[in-house]
Structures are given as structure tokens and as C-alpha cells.
Design a protein around this ligand. Structure first.
Ligand code: ATP
Ligand code: MG
Length: 712
């Protein structure tokens, strides 16, 4: 086979046309699985085959992993010439350019350092320093920088935005104090260099051919640089799919791709219409979804005629059942991805995989749910309960809720006193010198409450920390002070409450969290089961895909919709694209799961489920029809109750009027009848109810708390 035959082998006519398109600005627009990345790789080989020196090519990929894969594929075919190719992300290629042009690039802050800097800045302001908060702020800073917006140019009015600008400024000055750059500074520097004609002209000639994968996710600064680099020779070859643009929150915008002919009027557009990845059924389903987006370029989409099952819906009762159901399928060893909108959602599946000792891989950069700061706070209480000498834990929670112990002298005094009086730091606290009566009161309460945690099951202990000890109160005041969204602050704790159900006591929960972290650290990249966010799944493919937690508020995610009215429609469409990206990763099986409850509360399915034709008729893969009907009949007001016994804590009330003789529906025990409500009838804080369930030997006690849905 000649070189040319080889590089065109196995391609269809459209793909061949793309690979061999005349040299000049070319854009391949095509749907998922149509061979864009394949064509791009072959185009490189084609150019080399045409005698173009390898060092004149610049090949841009979206991730480092993709660059590595691309290089490996090319090396297999043309090992000698591939070495000289410039393959990488925008960041890595631009960095190379800066260095080669003699620019003294200061040391770069990696993600870990950026995180550390942001963490310090947040800590100085007494703000939470967990990964999610840190990455939210870093993303926002990235969004600004990728649009070329410097802190001084930010218009701010709301408290939240003032806080952001302050952090952005502090972040920038912290960087220059340390004499460092972040990766976005590379883009800005190259952008600035492009204004110097000599510099620009050098690089225009050096990289005669520019090729870009996933072009739909390019941002303003990157785009402007690219246009300048390609302006002279106009050898630009890009592939992308506007329907898969999912990084709008970092500044990427598919309009740069759709309007590429504005800067390159002679643009050749090539369309690939055959999806080689997925079955006809899956192509049709994803098409049905994405059709709802208004701002998109319609593309022809055909399959290869391979048939398979329809999209499968799961409607488990809750996250735990969702995880269990998925695990029963995994025994077949099929290559599987479990995808989700936010990493918290992976908690139940990860827990179940760890418990069942099934090897799995979590995409790098996603850390354990148990590292969330609220969870770590609750864990600090539990640690203290089992080890009254755990000073770190004590320091962590001493003012959560406020106990007004700010001057750090108490730490030494407490140690000294504990040593003298026999051990427990907690016991030593209220006896410290110079305390005000209110401080003594708070500290005595803490001393009495914490040891009680050892007598409870893990779920009760978590609830006790939140409700009685007052951790929820702390979060409420924290939300007020920082203008944060309270529901988001509570979310990890609601999730923790579910996780805790599996453990006889807090110590068991702590040990499990440690085991999860250990497994994540030693995550097995070759395992057939892979977990990742929808974002990270871009460009990849798997035999079977699960998308879990398809709920309203989750997809579209409520936080991504907290934007100005005029941006709402766009944000909504980006969330739809995210689901589309997830669904189109599947080759043969795609499972969409909508549990009936999430973190103990009844939740509506994602509006996208309806667009996919789900929801008219409710299906359940597990709940017997009888139980389902019963649930629907009774559930007018849904609330979860925390059993004082070790019972499962899910209760549904038929109405807010809770009185003896009325029936309640328990998710596991079925319909029971209320024996007693004390002191008064009704769902209200502090009321206790006694419920008898048929088939249970004992009646069960529940106590209702301040909030419906969070009962202790
Ligand atoms: P995405 O939009 O998800 O990034 P893509 O358009 O880049 O997808 P590829 O990843 O290049 O698509 O290809 C999808 C799958 O189809 C791959 O497994 C690839 O090997 C296969 N494929 C591509 N073209 C052909 C072809 N002509 N014949 C058979 N298989 C093909
Ligand atoms: Mg691709």
C-alpha cells in the first residue's frame, strides 16, 4: 500500500475529502463520533506525506491526555517525523513559543499551587477553602482572563461580586509577589506579543499549518491569537461540533467556530455525516434532545445501521438503589463509564464500588466527596468524640457554631490544663482562665455533647452535630456573611447523611472515608469501570454509559443558571449540550437514571428527561407497581424523618396535619399508622411521633426538627 492509500484507508468519501482538502482555511463541522479527531490525525499525516516539514505543523488538542494519544497514534505510523511535531494544548504550545522567542517566562503555578494560593486568600478572609469553592473562584478568574478582562475593569455592585473582585486582585498580586504566572497568563502574554509585527511574522512563518481539535471550545483570547497566527498563510484546519461546546463557563464560545468565515471568507466547510460510534437508537435519542437547542448549526447525522437497545431509563428510589442497580450490571466486564454533572453525585456509586471491592477509575483531578469542607467539619466532631485529645479537630470546630473563642491563647492553656487534669481537651475547655460566662456556657455544652456521639449510629451522630450541636446554624450564619447559597452549603451534609446510613457508628464512617480516599489514590486506569463528570468525558467513547442523577436543579445545574436574564437561555443550552456530550459517548448502551429522591427529598426529573420522551409514563426497573402506587397516593407532602431507632429514616406524610390514627408511608417499611404525637399534633419542630408499621415488632419513634426534611 502506498503512503497515501494507507492514510486514506478505512475512511469514507467525506472523510477523505476532508483529509485531502486543498491547503487553506478549512473547517470540518460534524456531529459526535463522525471521525473528526480521526480526520485531524490523518490530515497531519497527509501534510507530512505532501512533503511539509513536521516542524511547521502545530496541532492543538483540548487536553494533555488527548495530545498524548494523538502523538502516540501518529508515532505508530510515522515515528521519525512525528518527533518534530508541535502537539499539545494551547497553553503548552504557546508556552513553547514564548520560551523560544527568548521571553523570560517566570515559573508557572500548576493547579496545585493555584489551589494553594486561592486557599490562602480564602482562609485570610475566613471563607471556606474546600476544593469546590477554590475551583469556582479559579474558574471565574479564568473566565475573566480568557476574555481579556482584568480586575480593574470589573463592574461590581453585589456583595458577592465585590468579594470576587477583591479575590481576583489579591490573586494577581500574590502571583506577582511570588514572581509567578498561571497558565492563563501565557495566553495573555502571547496575545500581547501578537501586537509586535516582527514577533508575529516570525511565528506566522514558523507554524505554517495550524490544526485544532474541539474547536467549539475555543475562547476569545485563544481565538484572537489564532486568527493572527493564521492571517498571513491562512493554513488553518479545524474540526469541531458546536453542539459539544461545554466550557462557556470558562469563556469558550461556539460562535468563534460558527462565524469563522468572518475572518476567513474563503473558508472551506466540510461536513461529515456518518456517526461510526453509536447505534441508530442512541443517535436518534441524542438527536431528539439536542434538537431543542435553538442556537446551533444543524448537521446531517446518519448511523452505520448498527442496531442496539433503546436508551434505558432507570428510576430507582434513591441514590443508594441507583448505585446498587448499576453494580449488578457491572459484573459483565463491559467497558463502562458512569457520568454525572457534579462530583458529589458520584458518592453513592463510589461507596458501593469500594464496599463491593470492584476496581474502578475516577478521572484525575476529582477528589473524594469526603474531602468537602463541611464533611471534614462534621468529621472533626466525630474524631473528637473518639479521641478527646485531637487538637486539630478541636481547633477546626471550636467556632463552628460560634463559641467566641478567637484569641488563640486558649490552645496552649487548654493543653496545659488537660495534661494536669487528665487528658480530655474538651473537659479542660470550660475551666480556662478569663472566660466570659457565655463562653463557659458554650464550652460546657460542647464538652457534654461531643462524647454522646459515640453512643449513636453514624446517621444519628451526623444529625446530632447538625441539629443539636448547631453546625447547621453555623452554615446559616456563614451563608449570610458571605452571600453564599445556603442550599449548596447544606448539600454535602445531606449527602453525608445518606452515606452515614451504612455505619453502626461514626468511627465506621470515618474508616470508610479513609478507605475511599486510599482507593482513589490508587485508582486503576485499566479498570473497565470509569467515573467522571460529563465535562471530562468529552472526546472519549465507551461501550456502555450511565448518566446518573438526571434531576431538575442538577441538570441543568441550578448554579449554572444563576446568571443574568439575557444569559439564561445560553446557559440552559450549554447544560443541554453537556447531557448530549454524555449520551453521545456511548457505543451500544446508554442508561439514564432519575431517582425518585435525592438526598432524602423528593425531586423532579430533569426537564431534559421529558425532552427525551421520558416522564409521561413512569417506569420503574425495581419498585413493584403496588409500592409505587402507594407512594403516589400518600405523597403530598414529602419529608424525610430521622428515626431515633436504627430504622431507615424515610417517611412520607400524607399532609402537614400529623395526628394519631393517620397513616404515614415509609420508604422501606411501607404504610404505617401514627400511634402518638407529642406534645401536639402537626409537623413542627421538636414534636415526636410514634409509628407502628405492620411486620415490625416495635413501634418506631421519630422526632421532627426545625426544617421539614431534616429531622433528628
Ligand atoms: P467526538 O465528537 O465525540 O470527538 P469524533 O468526531 O472526533 O467524535 P472519532 O473519535 O474520530 O469521532 O471517531 C469515533 C469512532 O468512530 C472511533 O472509534 C473511530 O475509530 C471510528 N471511526 C471513524 N471513522 C470511521 C470510519 N470511516 N470507519 C469506521 N470507523 C470509523
Ligand atoms: Mg473527537
Amino acid at each position: 500500500m502506498s503512503g497515501m492509500e494507507m492514510l486514506l484507508s478505512g475512511l469514507n468519501d467525506e472523510q477523505r475529502k476532508a483529509v485531502t482538502a486543498p491547503i487553506g482555511p478549512t473547517a470540518v463541522f460534524a456531529g459526535p463520533g463522525s471521525g473528526k479527531t480521526t480526520v485531524l490525525t490523518r490530515r497531519v499525516l497527509y501534510l507530512l506525506e505532501q512533503g511539509i516539514p513536521a516542524n511547521q505543523l502545530m496541532l492543538v488538542t483540548f487536553t494533555r491526555a488527548a495530545a498524548r494519544e494523538m502523538r502516540e497514534r501518529l508515532e505508530q505510523v510515522m515515528p521519525a517525523r512525528t518527533r518534530e511535531l508541535a502537539v499539545g494544548t494551547f497553553h503548552s504550545l504557546f508556552l513553547q513559543m514564548l520560551r523560544e522567542s527568548g521571553c523570560n517566562v517566570p515559573p508557572l503555578m500548576g493547579q496545585a499551587e493555584q489551589t494553594a494560593v486561592m486557599r490562602d486568600l480564602l482562609a485570610e478572609r475566613e471563607l471556606p477553602t474546600d476544593e469546590e469553592t477554590v475551583s469556582t473562584y479559579l474558574n471565574q478568574i479564568g473566565l475573566c482572563k480568557n476574555n481579556g478582562i482584568l480586575p480593574a475593569r470589573l463592574r461590581v455592585e453585589k456583595q458577592k461580586n465585590i468579594l470576587f473582585r477583591d479575590l481576583y486582585m489579591a490573586y494577581e498580586s500574590m502571583k506577582s509577589e511570588r514572581g509567578m504566572w498561571d497558565y492563563d497568563d501565557i495566553l495573555l502574554a502571547v496575545h500581547a506579543c501578537c501586537r509586535q509585527s516582527e514577533w508575529l511574522s516570525h511565528w506566522q512563518t514558523k507554524f505554517l499549518h495550524i490544526l485544532v481539535d474541539e474547536f467549539q471550545d475555543i475562547n476569545r483570547v485563544q481565538y484572537e491569537i489564532l486568527v493572527k497566527l493564521a492571517a498571513k498563510h491562512r493554513h488553518l484546519f479545524v474540526v469541531g461540533d458546536d453542539d459539544q461546546s461545554i466550557y462557556g463557563f470558562r469563556g469558550s464560545d461556539p460562535k468563534f467556530m460558527l462565524e469563522l468565515n468572518k475572518d476567513f471568507p474563503e473558508l472551506t466547510r466540510i461536513i461529515l455525516s456518518v456517526n461510526y460510534r453509536s447505534t441508530e437508537e442512541l443517535i436518534q435519542a441524542s438527536e431528539q434532545l439536542i434538537r431543542h437547542n435553538r442556537r446551533r448549526q444543524r448537521k446531517p447525522r446518519a448511523g452505520t445501521g448498527v442496531r442496539g437497545p433503546d436508551v434505558k431509563w432507570m428510576e430507582p428510589l434513591d441514590e443508594e438503589e441507583e448505585a446498587e442497580q448499576i453494580l449488578t450490571h457491572l459484573t459483565d466486564g463491559m467497558e463502562t463509564a458512569i457520568l454525572y454533572r457534579t462530583s458529589t453525585q458520584a458518592r453513592a456509586v463510589v461507596d458501593a464500588l469500594v464496599r463491593k471491592r470492584i476496581p474502578f477509575m475516577v478521572a484525575s483531578g476529582e477528589s473524594s466527596f469526603y474531602r468537602r469542607w463541611q464533611v471534614q467539619d462534621v468529621f472533626a466532631y466525630l474524631k473528637l468524640a473518639w479521641n478527646s485529645q485531637d487538637l486539630d479537630a478541636l481547633v477546626r470546630i471550636i467556632n463552628k457554631p460560634k463559641r467566641y473563642l478567637y484569641n488563640e491563647d486558649w490552645i496552649d492553656a487548654c493543653w496545659a490544663r488537660a495534661k494536669k487534669h487528665g487528658g480530655s481537651l474538651l473537659a479542660a475547655l470550660p475551666g480556662l482562665d478569663g472566660l466570659e460566662p457565655y463562653q463557659i456556657r458554650y464550652l460546657s455544652e460542647l464538652r457534654d455533647q461531643v462524647p454522646r456521639l459515640t453512643e449513636m449510629n453514624a446517621e444519628e451522630a451526623v444529625a446530632y452535630i447538625r441539629e443539636r450541636i448547631g453546625y447547621d446554624r453555623y452554615l446559616e450564619s456563614f451563608a449570610k456573611e458571605t452571600g453564599s447559597d445556603l442550599a449548596s452549603l447544606f448539600e454535602p451534609l445531606d449527602e453525608l447523611a445518606l452515606a452515614a446510613r451504612h455505619f453502626a457508628n461514626g468511627q465506621g464512617l470515618l474508616a470508610h472515608a479513609q478507605e475511599v480516599e486510599r482507593q482513589l489514590r490508587h485508582s486503576d486506569a485499566t479498570a473497565p469501570v470509569k467515573l467522571m463528570t460529563l465535562h471530562r468525558s468529552k472526546g472519549l467513547e465507551f461501550d456502555r454509559v450511565y448518566i446518573i442523577g438526571l434531576h431538575a436543579m442538577v441538570l441543568p445545574h441550578h448554579r449554572s443558571l444563576q446568571v443574568s436574564e439575557q444569559r439564561k437561555a445560553a446557559a440552559w443550552e450549554e447544560e443541554r449540550r453537556l447531557l448530549y456530550v454524555g449520551m453521545t459517548r456511548a457505543k451500544t448502551e446508554c442508561w439514564l437514571s432519575v431517582s425518585q429522591t435525592r438526598q432524602g427529598k423528593r425531586v423532579a426529573p430533569s426537564p431534559f428527561a421529558k425532552e427525551l420522551g421520558h416522564g409521561g409514563e413512569r417506569m420503574s426497573t425495581s419498585a413493584p407497581l403496588e409500592r409505587k402506587r402507594e407512594l403516589e397516593r400518600t405523597a403530598q407532602v414529602f419529608t424525610s424523618a430521622r428515626a431515633m431507632s436504627k430504622a431507615q429514616p424515610q417517611l412520607r406524610f400524607a399532609s402537614e396535619e400529623v395526628a394519631p390514627g393517620m397513616s404515614v408511608n415509609h420508604i422501606r417499611f411501607g404504610v404505617g399508622s401514627i400511634v402518638e404525637v407529642t406534645p401536639l399534633a402537626g409537623v413542627a419542630p421538636g414534636r415526636k411521633i410514634l409509628v407502628r408499621f405492620p411486620g415490625q415488632t416495635q413501634s418506631l419513634h421519630y422526632e421532627l426538627s426545625r426544617q421539614l426534611g431534616l429531622l433528628s
